[in-house]
Design a protein around this ligand. Structure first.
Ligand code: KG4
Ligand code: ZN
Length: 343
């Protein structure tokens, strides 16, 4: 029978992620070597409702979690006998979704007498950039997802100081809402970005939020309202014209405004903090325009911008297992009392 005789530093961690609408499991060695990463997306289940329905999400996680864990172990050509620890997202997220992953991880840890590690979803997104690239700390981490837009100073894979966050919508949420206004499907980010490629990004002069001197932070609600007015005229309650004229120009101008705000705030923070490396993670880090503009703007200042591959930008469990390994090494273990926390 295979035994758990892993040498210290080469531990195999099983990661589990179920905070929103992806059920995911992964096996990662030593925090970086991804042996498998399996993601079951619920997009088709939520699409008819144009957004994530928490009740549907929880039930879908419950159906998928064990097959997804089995698949991750099989693809890694390993078994639970060889796994050294179980890491699970326990915050933040939808409570009914988090509970499925947390309960599964606890059951596996208890049954196999394995160490259990609780991982913060946003911190795991930020860590994802260090899995495929060698990065030097301290660094500036921009996390841009459907639920979060924030800047952190990271002085190690496990130490975070939040420098700024959004005052209202997350960048991905703004992409999703504007995509919906333009009649695009859910989730809107990728569809809006594809449409934007056919449009003129200077067609509409949308507002760019700038914090006051010395301040920091993002805001996208004014921009979102400006797009709404551009579609419906000054009566935002009026039904949208059908078809919406100049949709591609609207998409391109909106995308450019979001990218402008993200790039300007991130570079300002990097300079203020004296940091030479910028990591960009979370679902919106898939955005091609953001990748291109951030990379060029950072290079102009002699800074380096690092992005994970798209499949490690969106929700996945490799990032959970990866950061989980660092927490394991640091002795930051959870007990079987580990709680799921929505915020
Ligand atoms: O990180 P993620 O998978 O889930 C959360 O933790 O929120 O991010 C999902 C978000 C969605 O809002 C989606 O529209 C956005 O990432 N997104 C994009 C792109 N791909 C995904 N936004 C803009 N451009 C993209 N190419
Ligand atoms: Zn996420």
């Amino acid at each position: 029978m295979p035994t758990r005789s892993t040498e210290p530093g080469a531990e195999l961690v099983l990661g589990i992620e179920s905070s929103c609408d992806e059920t995911a499991a992964a096996v990662v060695r030593a925090g970086r070597e991804i042996l498998s990463s399996v993601v079951h997306s619920q997009i088709a289940e939520h699409a008819p409702f144009r957004g994530v329905v928490p009740e549907i999400a929880g039930r879908s996680h419950l159906r998928e979690i064990l097959p997804v864990v089995d698949e991750a172990l099989a693809r890694a050509r390993t078994t639970l006998d060889q796994v050294d620890a179980v890491a699970v997202t326990h915050r933040p997220g939808l409570i009914g979704s988090l509970l499925v992953g947390v309960s599964t991880a606890k059951a596996l840890a208890f049954a196999r007498d394995l160490p259990l590690v609780g991982v913060h979803h946003i911190e795991a997104h930020a860590y994802a950039a260090a899995m495929e690239h060698a990065v030097a700390y301290p660094l500036l981490a921009l996390v841009v997802s459907g639920g979060h837009t924030a800047l952190y100073r990271m002085s190690s894979p496990t130490s975070f100081v939040k420098l700024a966050e959004t005052l209202d919508d997350a960048a991905g949420e703004a992409f999703d809402k504007v995509a919906s206004m333009l009649g695009l499907g859910y989730p809107g980010g990728p569809a809006l970005s594809a449409l934007a490629r056919e449009g003129d990004d200077r067609a509409f002069a949308f507002p760019r939020y700038r914090p006051r001197a010395g301040g920091a932070g993002f805001s996208f609600s004014g921009l979102k309202t400006a797009v709404l007015y551009a579609i419906r005229g000054q009566d935002a309650g009026a039904p949208p014209p059908d078809p919406i004229p100049r949709r591609a120009d609207l998409a391109a101008s909106f995308e450019e405004a979001v990218v402008d705000v993200l790039v300007a705030q991130t570079l300002a923070a990097a300079r203020a903090e004296g940091l030479g490396t910028i990591t960009v993670t979370g679902g919106v880090a898939c955005n091609a325009r953001l990748r291109e503009r951030m990379t060029a703007a950072a290079a102009e200042l002699g800074l380096r911008a690092v992005f994970p591959s798209p499949s490690y930008c969106t929700d996945n469990a490799a990032m959970i297992a990866g950061l989980g390994w660092h927490l394991l090494r640091a002795g930051r273990l959870a007990s079987l009392e580990l709680d799921a926390i929505a915020r």
